[in-house]
Ligand binder design. Structure first.
Ligand code: G1P
Length: 296
């Protein structure tokens, strides 16, 4: 069965970005000139997804408006002959069929996914975390969908992380099958480094089967008192096969300040209109930093 639906959880409070996130969601923060969540939607669409459900929370109206048409703005741009800008904003509302559901209480990622149950309606679906960008030649979600097409089972994106970092992720136990594909035997959410079963971390993208909803109903609150998607996946490994795909992509966590700034620089450096001037600025600044460190 071809996977056409994706779920994008985007209901977190974004406390790490206050005050910027006091009245706007962190997923709307721009990388260069485009909100983070638009890149995520573009990845889904480039992976063959045509229907997207966003799980939103308090103060998330800006996301809805971003993906809706803005006739006033379109009219204004047209009247001024700004056709390139007009094309840019029209394209956003034509990207996919986008739907919204509200997560009533912030009970965790597992609970956010649970809010998608009625919408995905017994079909396999992709999950893309709304604050993480994946720079890749072949879209990361498409890489997972290719593995799913082979095994018809859950597939999680994997990334090898440093031992000190495992406690920030869901971590798998399993073995490599071939190339980038892993058989997942077990998962644990944010383990202490000495208790981690491996260094293979779950990296922000999933393809899930509908049985995940029964598993989500059965799990009790886990790490941080939240309903963890990782715990539901773990439960599912007891009754069905599960796979991992070490994605060929560079992941940017736009939900954390330093990585967000780095992501902006990296994306700006890929832009023809900004590359040269930004490159000069970085070299100047690097020189200053080097001097101040040498003087210190
Ligand atoms: C979530 C998941 C975790 C996963 C991580 C990155 O954690 O719970 O298993 O490894 O995303 O994809 P969060 O970063 O939301 O705390």
């Amino acid at each position: 069965m071809k996977v056409t639906k994706a779920v994008i959880p985007a209901a977190g409070f974004g406390t790490r970005f206050l005050p910027a996130t006091k009245s706007q969601p962190k997923e709307m923060l721009p990388v260069v000139d485009t909100p983070v969540i638009q890149y995520v939607v573009e990845e889904a669409v480039a992976s063959g997804i045509t229907d997207i459900l966003m799980v939103i929370g308090r103060g998330k109206r800006a996301i809805e408006e971003h993906f809706d048409r803005s006739f006033e703005l379109e009219w204004e741009l047209e009247a001024k002959g700004k056709m390139a800008e007009l094309e840019t904003i029209r394209r956003i509302s034509d990207l996919a069929n986008i739907h919204f559901v509200w997560q009533k209480q912030m009970l965790g990622l597992g609970d956010a996914v649970r809010c998608a149950r009625a919408h995905v309606n017994n079909e396999p679906f992709a999950v893309l975390l709304g604050d993480t960008l994946m720079q890749a030649r072949v879209p990361a979600t498409r890489q997972l969908l290719e593995v799913h097409a082979r095994y018809h089972a859950c597939v999680v994106a994997l990334e090898e992380v440093a031992p000190a970092k495992v406690s920030s992720y869901g971590v798998i136990a399993g073995e490599r099958l071939d190339g980038r594909v892993w058989q997942v035997r077990d998962l644990v959410e944010k383990p202490r480094p000495e208790q981690a079963p491996s260094r293979m971390a779950v990296a922000s993208r999933y393809v899930l089967v509908p049985e995940i909803f029964e598993a989500l109903d059965r799990v009790r609150p886990g790490k941080g008192g939240e309903i963890q998607l990782t715990d539901a996946l773990r439960l599912l490994t007891h009754s069905q096969a599960m796979y991992g795909c070490q994605v060929d992509a560079v992941r940017h966590d736009a939900g954390n300040k330093l990585d967000f700034i780095k992501t902006n620089i990296l994306y700006a450096l890929t832009r023809r209109d900004l590359r040269a001037a930004l490159g000069d600025f970085i070299l100047e600044q690097a020189e200053q930093v080097r001097k101040s460190r040498g003087d210190a």
